[in-house]
Design a protein around this ligand. Sequence first.
Ligand code: NDP
Length: 488
Amino acid sequence: MTEEQANIGVVGLAAMGASLARNLAHHGNTVAVFNRHYSRTETLMNEHGSEGKFIPSKTVEEFVQSLAKPRTAIIMVQAGAPTDAVINELADVMEKGDIIVDAGNAYFKDTIRREKEIRARGLHFVGCGVSGGEEGALLGPSMMPGGTDESWKTLGPILKSIAAVAEGEPCVTHIGTDGAGHFVKMVHNGIEYADMQVIAESYDLMRRGLGMAPQEISDVFAEWNKGDLNSYLIEITSQVLSHVDEKTGKPFIDIVTDQAGMKGTGTWTVQTALSLATPVTGIGEAVFARGLSSEAELRKEAQEKVLQGPDPTESLAKIANDADAKKAFIEDIRQALYASKIVAYAQGFTEIEAGAKEYDWTIDLGAVARIWRGGCIIRAKFLNRISDAYGKGESFGSLLFDSFFKQAVENAQDSWRRVVSAAAQAGVPVPVFSSSLAYYDGLRSKRLPAALIQGQRDLFGAHTYGRVDEPGAFHTLWAGTQKEIKQP
Ligand code: NDP
């Protein structure tokens, strides 16, 4: 490598790309930088050029020439068509063996397509999930790269140099080929939705149910953060709840509109799970809860003149007004949150296993849990336990069957059931608490009413059914003799 050449390049210098480029430079990399409009490159150089070695370029050609071989360029531009445009511009100028990395939030099927197209042109294409937002990109993200083993040889040391570090290990691992990295990042985001929703349900029960003030609830979350639930999301929840609005002096939480936004990765997680026939009920309910919150007009109409129900504070007043009962109920909520969170992770990891099977990836689930321990939004103490569970090397159907998690849910379940029934009685919606409990009960039921559904399907559509006492498919002549016919 000559002095003028960079070992890594970044294309797209908006919030994420600029932070990633600076992070790379902070860790001894020489970073080639390029942005469609030069003004962003100029801003980066003027404000942060002295932080490390950057080589700015005004054209794609110059940018590619400034890279040492094999040329490695990380794209951080708007997802979708802009990403395709930039990939093609780079591929036109790059040479065989060079590596294009898309670190944006791509849909994994796009990554599979792009990898195939770029491989056909003799280049490597790596779809890399990046979590941690702008701060993570600057100070150490959790990264989930896909792509070939060969590209990982070049890219691995560079990504390890900038990743978050958890318990001495960099939060990056080669997830698998083509779209595996973006698939795992997608499920990460889905789990994030469920994790945020169970925290929100806990808040709602304390706020509307027990009538607690935001600061009091903030203190509860701060306390919870010292135990099994220790995580970034619990920590920031406490911070948000204790924040006071500068303009009004009111608790910040009360001046924020109660309509949650989303950018689509949760929806992708659920759509993909549906196509893989893998129930991710917690993630699904979390996505739907955000959707419902955003139905502003429908909600207004429902509240004003249509839908009646119990008043949560009145319903839970007896508990709220008795210090011991209140303390016990708050502990019940903590347990319900913990159990529902375990279910959400179990479902997410099951989806990753199903995806790996469908798309022929070898994914080390223990390694996935390890790289989520730092840098990313769902980082949590709890992930050590998941890593331990998968690290045993045994194959088990669900995280819920691992002895640690099995015991944790067993310990929590009385509380969980009390919370779900109290919430239903009080009229507080807890879609992830209750659907996670239904999933748990569904899994452990010796006999499900699916038998009745099979009967119905056979009656109206001759879809056939199996018997518990004999192999094969059967159909009953419902409209005629009622005789059963074994299918050939
Ligand atoms: P944006 O998604 O806002 O994208 C802006 C960047 O894309 C600019 O550099 C812009 O160039 C470039 N761009 C847009 N269209 C084109 C085009 N047709 N050709 C070339 N360049 C184009 O930037 P962010 O930094 O927020 O995000 C970058 C990527 O990272 C996205 O894929 C995002 O989903 C992903 N991501 C974002 C996270 C976040 O927390 N924000 C977290 C993890 C991933 P110009 O300046 O010339 O307009």
